[in-house]
Design a protein around this ligand. Structure first.
Ligand code: NAD
Length: 290
């Protein structure tokens, strides 16, 4: 069994849905958990101490160790306070799971600047700020695990989610860069693109998804990715309904010429669009270089 004894985990947005499930699983397996949640509505308005406190109490009642934090991930002070709570209560930070999120769905023409900025602030700025605040502690320990929460809507696009999909693809870049920068200090960062039945999706998914697309089926992958035995970094995984798959950015073989003009590009468009993500031999690799 993969356990987390003596590990300290910060989980943002852990008052509901996926974050709650991640917190319960890690705590059950020995982690000391900071249950962070602002406790607002799905669109990010309002705040309440209830959800974070409830999850922390449930963990404690079950014999685990947890504290509640209601700080806002989207502000530098909030992110610093979340990390400080972990260090004050448990002495360190080993794991950061950036999960807090909000929705402000509107089609491109109707989306306000505020809808766009607020969604990016929670998902992208929040993940950046909490990771950045935890980073010195991880660096000093020579160990860290970060999981960011992307979405299929970001990887593949989705109607009515210009703000959300921009944020979720942004998290792929953040994950890859934390993975690269963290490598020399034993810090690994990966991202998930989940589908699960939560308050965020219950109005959108078909009713029969509820039993199969459970948050627990997302948490299993998250727990693996934040375990010390996990070797990968900078990767993105699609997860939902019991299936896990690696998602990767691929570049085709392309078309190359010394005479690149709009017209020659148009003439060779099929080659530009060709999909052949794998080089299959050293000779082929060399040919591409040449
Ligand atoms: P959820 O609404 O149940 O959970 C999100 C939590 O984040 C809420 O408890 C909310 O209070 C908290 N939160 C929001 N803003 C915050 C802030 N500024 N600071 C601290 N906490 C804040 O939804 P969920 O489905 O569990 O979503 C969790 C994450 O998974 C989100 O990032 C979401 O975008 C992502 N996601 C979910 C799905 C899905 O199918 N459920 C799909 C793709 C991505």
């Amino acid at each position: 069994m993969l356990r987390f004894d003596d590990r300290v985990a910060i989980i943002t947005g852990a008052g509901h849905g996926l974050g709650r499930s991640h917190a319960l699983l890690l705590a059950e397996r020995g982690a000391k958990v900071v249950v962070n949640d602002l406790g607002g509505a799905l669109d990010g308005t309002g705040a309440s101490t209830g959800p974070a406190a409830e999850v922390a109490e449930l963990i404690t009642k079950n014999g685990g160790q947890a504290i509640a934090s209601t700080d806002n991930v989207a502000t530098p002070e909030g992110a610093r306070a979340i990390v400080k709570s972990a260090v004050d209560a448990f002495g360190k930070v080993d794991i950061v799971i950036n999960n807090a999120g909000i929705l402000r769905d509107k089609s491109l023409g109707k989306m306000t600047v505020e809808d766009f900025d607020n969604v990016l602030a929670v998902h992208v700025r929040g993940s950046f700020l909490v990771s950045q605040a935890a980073y010195p502690h991880m660096k000093e320990a020579g160990y860290g695990r970060v999981v960011n929460t992307s979405s299929p809507a970001g990887l593949f696009g989705n109607f009515g989610q210009a703000n959300y999909s921009t944020a979720k693809m942004g998290l792929v870049g953040l994950t890859k860069t934390i993975g690269i920068e963290g490598a020399r200090n034993g810090i690994k960062a990966n991202a998930i693109a989940p589908i699960a039945w939560t308050r965020m999706t219950e109005a959108l998914l078909p009713a029969e998804f509820e039993a199969k697309f459970t948050p627990e089926r997302i948490s299993a992958l998250v727990a693996y990715l934040v375990h010390e035995s996990c070797e990968v970094s900078g990767e993105v995984f699609s997860v939902g309904g019991g299936r896990v798959a690696r998602v990767f950015v691929a570049e085709g073989p392309g078309w190359k010429t010394d005479d690149l003009t709009p017209e020659t590009i148009a003439d060779h468009w099929d080659e530009v669009m060709a999909e052949q993500p794998y080089v299959q031999s050293a000779t082929e690799s060399m040919q591409r270089m040449l």
